[in-house]
Design a protein around this ligand. Sequence first.
Ligand code: SF4
Ligand code: SF4
Length: 348
Amino acid sequence: MGIYIESFPSSSQEVIEGRAIDLANATAAEILSGIQNAGIVGLGGAAFPTHVKLSIPEGKTCKYLIINGVECEPYLTTDHRVMLEQQEDIFMGLRYLIKALSPQKVYIGIEANKRDAFEKLEQYKPLDLAVEMVLLPVKYPQGAEKMLVTAITGLEVPSGKLPIEVGAVVINVATTAEIGRLLPHGRGIQERVITITGPGIAKKGNYLITIGTPLRFILDQVGAEDIKEVFMGGPMMGVSVSNLDIPITKGTSGIVAFKPQQTLENQAEYACIRCGACLDACPLSLNPSQLGILAKNESYDLMASEHHLLDCFECGSCSYVCPSNIPLVQYFRVSKSIVRKRQAKAKS
Ligand code: SF4
Ligand code: SF4
């Protein structure tokens, strides 16, 4: 959903600044409220409000602050670009986060296929910041929060729980850079870096784009032609859009466009042959085959209560390996949304 905003013809287009958050004197609560006022959300794609994520529940403490520079989604290089070009913003953001959370250990996790970014951050790392840089093996979906916590700390986040359960807070690297870029000036988030790529795009690249820009306008600018399918986000965790007249949001990390010959649209779906490939592929050891059957039977409550549906973070690995072309992840997306609605209704 979006709203149209008509600009005032005589507007000066100046950037309005609010109250700057002075790192030296700000309290943790002031930093959180600065992040909230800046409108910062998880820029990795989830768009979850960052100040909520940083509000540690009573009885818990943040032992590990993990900056997520993994970006394992195919095609996307947004975070990679940010790491190559915005080291100052990243370390400034990290200072705010450290002050807000007082973690015992701070890590920046980066996949080994972005060694240049790893070296750049290592080179610019301020001497007074105790940050451990971790180069991780290239493995999908290494960037998923629970996977990353385990890869770095060795701790496993229990089913149905958040990383804070084991004392970890994971923040995306581009989100960290925005905190460092905006808070010292009291500015709000207005734009973000977006990877625009795929076989249907002539001028592929990472672009700084104003939030709210219509997708159709962007595609016109980057020479999109003969496109059949467009994903907001990557091809694994992103969502295929049915309408180009939608705006870019804070959670849009990528736009990937495919031509007709590269889409799966016309591939037939067959019955499950119980090959077990999806079970082997699921990083959370769920049973996507069984979940898929239950989804088709609309047994949503059973999926959640007996088969950990809500743990599924929609990585798409099960759909990718399925020889029967069963769109498992699509089923799980819909099922999760139905279960969440039912849970919310039961609570109200
Ligand atoms: S999308 Fe499939 S493979 Fe990924 S977590 Fe969910 S069930 Fe497992
Ligand atoms: S990969 Fe597809 S065919 Fe194989 S068990 Fe899973 S759902 Fe069934």
